[in-house]
Design a protein around this ligand. Sequence first.
Ligand SMILES: [Zn+2]
Length: 422
Amino acid sequence: MDTIRIHPGHLIDGTGQPARHDWAVLIEGETIVAVGPDAGVPRPAHARHIDVPDGTALPGLIDAHVHLVLPRSHGSMLDEMQALSDDELVVLGAASAERFVRAGVTTVFDCGARGDTAFRIRDAVNKGLVLGPRTLVSGRPVTRTGGHCWWWGGEADGVEAVRAAVVKLLDEEGADGIKMMATGGYMTTTTNPAESAYPREVFEAAVEETHRRGRYITAHAHGVEGMRLASEAGIDCLQHASMIGPERNWQFNEEVARGMASRGTRAAMTMAQGIRVAREKGEVVDWRGAKRGDPLTAAMWMADARALADAGVELVVGTDMTSVVDTDHGEETILEIEAFVEIGFTPLQAIRAATSLAAANLKIDGITGTLAPGRSADILVVGGQPHRDIHDLRNGRAVLRAGRSVLPTPLQPPPLRLSPVD
Ligand SMILES: [Zn+2]
């Protein structure tokens, strides 16, 4: 069993507490056994030391919305996926998993994949066959016939069929959680993102079966009505949460937002892709200038995130990392965290949304998400002080995934330097 002692210049525990100076972490095997002021943390003679006096240690990052097995497309992502066999998708997903963990993302929730491909990647990671983050999978998202991403094979209609689909995924196939499509989506062009895909009782049946098993259930939701019904039914977290009205433009609904806040429905905003695409085209993303009635743009999406947070909704980091060209998987997670800071979160709040809060959202806060004794040794060490400058998350110096040391990938700078907090 390896013993590792990390002594960084600063330590962020992930709970939102201020960074500590001159603290240390001791790891035995897969588990953190001590965290505290350096002088009080044991120094076993056989320990391997990671001393980074100009760096900061923090919990490994968590991305609540990834797709390990969608190709990084330069054209039609769907066509490219359909041209690949399940075996090829598994190889692709294994490569994606490695990219995430080398960027410091030590846990991901896979929000949808064809057949059993995501399960096979998770199991390969768990067996140590490939390097990857702790991988939680939803398998095939539950969607109505012809609904968003129906081509992944998860179609089910009505209370009883949806209940049966959820039970099969969780009990027979070993899904870690459930993903539902509460509205149409842009990628499935025959669906309507503004419309709710199901009545409330269907969401309620899915929530009942999932929560009965202590598991996590999330829903893709663009339209206001689908967001409202999914939240009222007790879905744990909404993906995208973009608050579009019947005309597919931004119609932020205060009442729905406050309802989400009071029920504890979280949101994963998936802002990074739009921001990257806009900036690569040279566009200015002016989220402060976004207003109701605007079409769905990166600026509007960021304004939506800000408005949800102002209404009291807890936001967690999730990227929907799929097909973005010329970026790397974990880098997208860091871009999402940077976007939180751009809309006014402090760096520590943004890091919390990718660590302790993200773990609580996925119901794995007893396992990971904080630097504390008993937690899995999922740790990112970066150069600099990300609690002062969030971009320092890109300066990976060391990554531990359940105590296993992984060489970090040097990441690119952000597509355009985001403005500092004001
Ligand atoms: Zn997605």
